[in-house]
Design a protein around this ligand. Structure first.
Ligand SMILES: CC(=O)N[C@H]1[C@@H](OP(=O)(O)OP(=O)(O)OC[C@H]2O[C@@H](n3ccc(=O)[nH]c3=O)[C@H](O)[C@@H]2O)O[C@H](CO)[C@@H](O)[C@@H]1O[C@H](C)C(=O)N[C@@H](C)C(=O)N[C@H](CCC(=O)O)C(=O)O
Ligand SMILES: Nc1ncnc2c1ncn2[C@@H]1O[C@H](COP(=O)(O)OP(=O)(O)OP(=O)(O)O)[C@@H](O)[C@H]1O
Ligand SMILES: N[C@H](CCC[C@H](N)C(=O)O)C(=O)O
Ligand SMILES: [Mg+2]
Length: 497
């Protein structure tokens, strides 16, 4: 597409019309990867105004650079640089036009909330698959039938997102199902995406490094339910105080609410029974009442199931069809994933992605009734992320587990010991005379915990779930809790049998 046409479609006037005839081969936001034919967009970031890299991009072959007014003013030679008012918004608008408005050709479903996005989107994907060709965008991957790309972010950046949506259409998909993070909403990554349904799972503390306070975090999440995005139905967790607030904010817009037990919700359960290997309940819904069962464990997964059922019904599926499929959905990688190396294994090992105070609390509570002896918790907190959640998670582990192992979880550029120290403050405040073991080497920590456990113990390894890496400094090394647990279980077997 020619630059002039692209800018006009995106709603911008070209201050350098002599460039209008140039062909745009690609839209790109990182000057370091620029090549001939690229249109470079210098994004204003948290560290730097990317517009300052316009000369580098042009030198590498970019046909032009879209930059902020401030960046333009600072450029020694502004040739081929075009300034716009809000470069982040421009990026989404240009990407949307470049890929020919792909989001408008799909039925889009967005899921937001602090916890449960990945689990809920996987459930929805599974339920919709009998009727639709679904493209899933989330923490684990972008995928559809015959295609899977490991994700770097929960919600792709605007240019990647628009490109992937276009690819999904070419592959024949008719539904786009997306985890929409608060970062993505704040950074306008999903601008140009009209959502047919939007789900709100919950809001609890996380990401305060970025959003500063819970109110701003909520306002970012709430954007998904505003006119810019939601064109259809909001599906909202009525058990969550922020969910209740959102229901009030939306007034008489189409809403389906869900709740574990509140009969005022559109979807709620009765006779809910938690079993070691799943849940059973009666579901009440606008389409009638029906018994259901699922192999997913814990109260929080009942919430995810209710959100997924409501979404599937909104998308035109029947209640009986949805409920008949639920037992087939076994689990999501790295979410309450059991590690079992032999039939006679005498301890239960669970790997989970709980990395927030709320999710760790829910998970420990869900594990307790099915723990024969001690409940052992191994966890840490990520570096370069919300520091205030560290002592909170420490306190929760101390209160709800019988034995706490504090270890490292992606220290990134922080000093690993200082992260451990932050967690330990919270553990110490609540641990009483229960044991606490601090071992920064996650490999050693998992091995020690599994070897020294007693028959009947449940060992919960939280925080990294599906991650197959550990980020230390700026380096990413291979590390997988499931592999570590397996190796330790095999060692345990060889020692004790
Ligand atoms: C807070 C955040 O989202 N930051 C993202 C943002 O970084 P930034 O704003 O600091 O970027 P910057 O370093 O100031 O650079 C500004 C621009 O200049 C460009 N640049 C920079 C250097 C250069 O030589 N040339 C150049 O062109 C960069 O590509 C960038 O577009 O833009 C970068 C690339 O454009 C992202 O890699 C980076 O994601 C960071 C790594 C990140 O970890 N984000 C996480 C927190 C995130 O987005 N998480 C959410 C939610 C997770 C969840 O709970 O599910 C997600 O959606 O994944
Ligand atoms: N509805 C829920 N409410 C609270 N906790 C949940 C819920 N669903 C899952 N969890 C817990 O949170 C962890 C993360 O779940 P999941 O990956 O589905 O959330 P997410 O919102 O996608 O997280 P992320 O923001 O990191 O992408 C799970 O491993 C589980 O312990
Ligand atoms: N989406 C979350 C994932 C956190 C996972 C945890 N293992 C960590 O590194 O803190 C984040 O980037 O904040
Ligand atoms: Mg996720």
């Amino acid at each position: 597409m020619r630059l002039g046409q692209l800018l006009a479609l995106a709603g911008y006037q070209n201050s350098q019309p002599e460039l209008d005839g140039l062909e745009v081969e690609r839209v790109i936001t990182d000057s370091r990867h620029c090549q001939a034919g690229d249109l470079f967009i210098g994004m204003t970031g948290t560290q730097v105004d990317g517009g300052k890299f316009a000369p580098q991009a042009i030198a590498q072959g970019a046909i032009a650079a879209i930059v902020s007014h401030a960046a333009l003013a600072a450029l020694p030679n502004p040739e081929k640089a075009i300034a716009v008012d809000d470069v982040v918004v421009a990026c989404s608008k240009i990407a949307t036009a470049f890929y020919d408005y792909p989001a408008q050709k799909l039925k889009l479903v967005g899921v937001t909330g602090t916890n449960g996005k990945t689990t809920t989107t996987h459930l929805i994907e599974f339920l919709l698959q009998t009727q639709y060709a679904v493209a899933l965008f989330g923490t684990l991957y972008t995928r559809w039938a015959g295609y899977s790309l490991t994700a770097t972010h929960t919600t792709p950046f605007a240019v990647d997102l628009q490109e992937q949506l276009a690819q999904a259409i070419t592959a024949g998909c008719d539904v786009g199902l997306m985890e929409v993070s608060s970062h993505a909403l704040d950074q306008q990554r999903v601008l140009g995406c009209p959502f047919e349904a939007a789900v709100f799972t919950n809001l609890t503390q996380d990401h305060l490094d970025y959003h500063k306070d819970l109110e701003s975090y909520f306002q970012a999440k709430a954007l998904l339910f505003g006119d810019n995005y939601l064109q259809g139905r909001a599906i909202i967790n009525l058990d969550d105080p922020f969910g209740q607030r959102l229901v009030k904010m939306l007034g008489d817009q189409p809403i389906w609410s869900y709740s574990i037990s509140n009969p005022q919700a559109d979807f709620y359960t009765e006779n809910l029974t938690y079993l070691p290997n799943g849940v059973t309940a009666t579901l009440h819904s606008p389409q009638g009442s029906i018994a259901f069962n699922s192999p997913l464990v814990g109260r929080f997964n009942v919430e995810n199931i209710l959100a997924a059922i409501a979404t599937a019904l909104h998308m035109g599926m029947s209640l009986s069809e949805v409920v008949s499929r639920l037992p087939e959905f076994k689990n999501v990688p790295g979410r309450v994933e059991r590690v079992q190396v032999s039939d006679d294994q005498d301890v239960t090992v669970v790997v989970d992605y709980a990395h927030t105070p709320d999710s760790l609390e829910n998970l420990l509570e869900a594990m307790r009734p099915f723990t024969q002896r001690e409940l052992i918790c191994i966890f840490g907190c990520g570096g370069d992320r919300d520091r205030t959640k560290r002592p909170l998670m420490g306190g929760i582990a101390a209160r709800l587990a019988d034995r706490v192992y504090v270890t490292s979880d992606n220290p990134r550029t922080e000093d690993p010991q200082s992260i451990l120290d932050d967690v330990v403050v919270g553990v110490k405040a609540h641990i009483g005379d229960k044991p606490m073991i601090v071992e920064g080497d996650r490999h050693k920590c998992i091995q020690t915990a599994i070897i020294s456990a007693q028959a009947g113990d449940t060992i919960l390894i939280a925080g990294k779930g599906h991650e197959d890496y550990q980020i230390i400094g700026r380096e990413k090394i291979h590390f997988d809790d499931r592999e570590e647990a397996q190796a330790a279980l095999i060692l345990r077997r060889s020692l004790y049998h």
